[in-house]
Design a binder for this molecule. Structure first.
Ligand SMILES: [Ca+2]
Length: 208
């Protein structure tokens, strides 16, 4: 075998290093633009939707929204959740549904990284139709405890036909708070998990 001259060896090392960096960059880009790796793949063809008139309400780029957004692609999944784009509107690349089974065994937890302690209005994104649960359980963990709600996902959300306010709560900074959707007690209907928004509320306003 030919021994590499020290200069050749140096060039080879740089080439390998550049190759590794390029590969990592490409991988990061792919991860940022793909569905949750733990989700069951989408079964619908791209562009196949049941409500075309709601396509304009899709928020493709959540970075343009105010506040802190946690999309389902960054959430922690328990149980099998299926990725879908079939029912607009949604945030980002799509949303998850619970496949209408495994009731009581599945959850999606959205944990924001909040830059400041204070009050935040929490909004939940979900598409809506008669196939959705009328009583999807949602828990909000905030600085003063937990609040448990039931959300009717058949009702059209008030904000942009996509976002439903869950109330305003006090949060510490960092990653102590979270919002969790489960499918307990929702037999016969789909539970949707799409995105959660945390909107800072000025301290001069009374908090609920
Ligand atoms: Ca989403």
């Amino acid at each position: 075998m030919k021994r590499l001259h020290s200069t050749e060896y140096g060039i080879a090392k740089v080439a390998v290093l550049v190759g590794v960096v390029v590969a990592i960059s490409a991988q990061t880009a792919r991860e940022a633009s793909r569905p949750h790796p733990a989700a069951v793949p989408n079964t619908h063809a791209p562009g196949a939707v049941d409500r075309p008139e709601l396509v304009p309400f899709i928020v493709a780029n959540p970075a343009k929204l105010p506040g802190i957004i946690v999309d389902e692609t960054a959430a922690v999944l328990v149980g099998k959740w299926q990725y879908s784009t079939h029912t607009p509107p949604y945030v980002g690349h799509g949303y998850l549904h619970d496949q209408k089974d495994g009731k009581g065994e599945k959850s999606v937890t959205f944990t924001p990284h909040l830059p400041h302690a204070g009050h935040y209005e929490v909004r939940l994104a979900h598409c809506y139709n008669v196939r959705r649960a009328t009583n999807a359980p949602v828990t909000i963990r905030h600085a003063d405890g937990e609040v448990k709600l039931r959300v009717n996902q058949q009702e059209e959300p008030a904000h942009g036909r996509l976002w439903r306010s869950l109330g305003t709560f006090r949060f510490a900074d960092g990653t102590n708070g979270w919002v969790r959707i489960t499918n307990d007690g929702t037999e016969g209907k789909y539970v949707i998990a799409d995105a959660v928004q945390f909107l800072p509320v000025p301290e001069s306003k009374p908090a609920r």
